[in-house]
Ligand binder design. Structure first.
Ligand SMILES: *Cc1c(COP(=O)(O)O)cnc(C)c1O
Length: 396
């Protein structure tokens, strides 16, 4: 028991902080999006959301929103209530073709990135992608919960290990001792920083290391045509790498996607990929949004938005230096000296017109509490300045 998780313990540690946040009015906020991109809560308090994962602002792009609405009307239904391996709307096929084209890889969608990971990781553990040899699976200690949640299922198929964060020596040692090894990582981590992709690819070359990357934070925001951090370094997908990504963050649509090299795995994924086989698909609004967003990704508009994002990140870094400054990634953690003040700071910042989220153990390591924010392409320079001034005034 409790080899991979302990829910009671996690609740005992995490709940006092959630309760304090709730009592301060920082949780359960009901609000709407105004024309200028700000949010207005139901008490008429306007604020800028500094915690949106929509790095390029595509979530409110008129082409995407319109295509979503029109697709529902054109399909005549929001959902097709049957497993995709039996019958699927041609719209699903069109959306997957658009993704496949964009990322130059085989693409299969899932209802979310979490569902995509739940589909792919047990199959990796089974050995189906590694000549039927179940690999020793290493999960980086900091991988997203949607991945680490699947550890016990994988552990029923093979050996599962947890490595210290970005520890290449640990991974290489396991590769030296075992013929088949798979490593699970986030391309860009929610808590800041990236996977050492270049070095991991070297281990792949040397030992055949199988790699699974969660690119939820980096699709669209980085790389040529928004191919993300990992694919940008790789050049193109290979037969020992699988990427999962959310289409709900930078991509501005809905659902998740699995990217891989070999078309021959498509039937296996459809039939044995857990939620791919037995859960719902992306609905027609989401599929319409994917098609429209894919189109935008093929144009200069994407490059312009990516450049705007980089300008905003650099501007933020120039005003408020943080640990990961200069890495070009949109996630920033503003450190706090006294952990017990995090919610109080966050509340003052919210009153000043910006929503931030305090991060605590166990989401990040003990003693590393801070306010997490994401920089976006669609935040005005003046608002970034106003935000940084507020932080400087309030946070110690
Ligand atoms: C947000 C996030 C997910 C979950 O994405 P969904 O599509 O909402 O399931 C998975 N992995 C990482 C790293 C994330 O940040």
């Amino acid at each position: 028991m409790h080899t991979y998780s302990n829910i009671t313990k996690a609740m005992n540690i995490g709940n006092p902080f959630w309760e304090e946040s709730y009592q301060s009015g920082l949780l359960d906020i009901s609000a709407d999006i105004a024309d200028d991109g700000q949010w207005i809560n139901t008490n008429n308090h306007p604020f800028i959301n500094m915690c949106s994962f929509s790095y390029l602002g595509l979530d409110v792009h008129p082409d995407i929103v319109t295509s979503a609405a029109n697709s529902v009307l054109k399909a005549g239904a929001l959902n097709s209530a049957i497993a995709r391996l039996r019958i699927h709307l041609s719209l699903l096929r069109d959306a997957e073709h658009a993704l496949s084209n964009l990322f130059s890889a085989e693409a299969i969608t899932a209802a979310s990135c979490s569902a995509a990971s739940a589909a792919i990781l047990p199959l990796v553990a089974s050995g189906v992608f590694t000549n039927n040899a179940p690999p020793v699976m290493i999960f980086d200690k900091m991988v997203h919960l949607s991945l680490s949640l699947i550890k016990p299922i994988c552990a029923d198929e093979t050996t599962v290990l947890t490595s210290p964060h970005n520890d290449l020596n640990f991974i290489e040692d396991v590769c030296k001792q075992n013929k088949t090894v798979a490593y699970v990582a986030d391309g860009v981590y929610s808590t800041g920083g990236c996977a050492p992709v270049k070095e991991l690819l070297e281990l792949q070359n040397k030992y055949g290391l199988f790699l699974i990357f969660d690119e939820a934070h980096s699709i669209s925001a980085y790389g040529k045509k928004g191919r993300g951090y990992v694919l940008d370094i790789m050049g193109e997908i290979n037969d020992r790498t699988i990427i999962v990504a959310s289409l709900n963050k930078g991509f501005g649509a809905s659902g998740g996607v699995i990217l891989f090299k070999e078309n021959k795995y498509m039937p296996i994924l459809n039939r044995f990929g857990g939620p791919l086989a037995w859960s719902q698909q992306i609905n027609t609004a989401g599929l319409g949004a994917i098609i429209a967003s894919s189109k935008i990704h093929q144009t200069d508009e994407l490059t312009i938005l990516q450049n705007k994002l980089q300008e905003n990140i650099n501007y933020f870094d120039s005003l408020l230096p943080t640990e990961n400054m200069g890495d070009g990634i949109a996630l920033r953690l503003i450190p706090i000296k006294d952990e017990s003040k995090a919610v109080e700071y966050s509340k003052k910042i919210y009153d000043g017109g910006f929503y931030t989220s305090p991060l605590f153990f166990p989401v990040i390591s003990r003693g590393k509490a801070g306010l997490r924010i994401m920089i976006r392409a669609d935040i005005q320079r003046a608002d970034i300045k106003r935000f940084c001034d507020l932080i400087t005034q309030i946070v110690e």
